[in-house]
Design a protein around this ligand. Structure first.
Ligand SMILES: [Zn+2]
Length: 209
């Protein structure tokens, strides 16, 4: 009987989560960015953040376009279910390392600034790190004071190479909560685990203490 009850609650929790969370993050290239690089960044983001990330269409831009202009173009053309667009850009002019405007639903990374030297795969790691930092900004998370957290402040691009590739556990929890409140669809593995945990709590409240 108990097994049956747990199963029913699990199903209800999964269905509830699907109905409430319909938004996704879109990852789009702009300029000379390889498809397989975009796919690998997507995989890192989904695994570390636990939210669904969809690869979107390439963003076209005028010669000399600023990061803001490219990001705005991406946000304007996004699909209805896109919470925000994160653009991996190779602009053709001198631009800052990145821009994030949560109220305009975009963040954009300038890959030209992350690739100064790439002897050991640092380039991709830096992109993954900055992509996650931008995601944190998009859901309005504050920086983290914990030195072993990806959300700690940094000054130079090289600093990223000595920093964590992940959020600390409290930031991870905060991100999932804020992402859920924003209506972001959780990655299937996270959704199933959270639904199972909720079902166990619902069945065995007395065991919590
Ligand atoms: Zn943290």
């Amino acid at each position: 009987m108990r097994m049956f009850l747990a199963g029913s609650l699990l199903l209800a929790a999964v269905m509830g989560a699907c109905a409430a969370s319909e938004q996704v993050v879109v990852l789009s290239p702009a300029g000379d960015v390889a498809d397989d690089l975009v796919a690998r960044v997507q995989a890192v983001m989904e695994e570390n953040l636990g939210v669904v990330v969809r690869v979107g269409p390439a963003v076209a831009f005028e010669p000399g376009a600023s990061l803001e202009a490219i990001g705005r173009a991406a946000a304007e053309q996004r699909a209805e279910d896109a919470f925000a667009v994160l653009v991996l850009a190779r602009p053709d002019s001198e631009q800052p390392q990145g821009v994030c405007l949560p109220h305009e639903s975009f963040g954009i990374l300038n890959l030209n600034r992350l690739a100064d030297d790439d002897p050991n795969g640092k380039f991709e790691r830096r992109i993954g790190q900055d992509a996650q930092r931008i995601m944190a900004m998009l859901v309005d998370m504050p920086p983290c004071p914990f030195p072993l957290c990806l959300l700690v402040g940094y000054e130079k691009t090289d600093d990223l190479d000595h920093m964590s590739g992940n959020f600390c556990p409290p930031c991870q929890d905060r991100f999932r909560r804020l992402a859920g409140e924003a209506g972001l669809r959780m990655a299937p593995a996270v959704e199933a685990a959270e639904a199972a945990a909720e079902a166990v709590e619902a069945v065995e409240p007395a065991d919590a203490n």
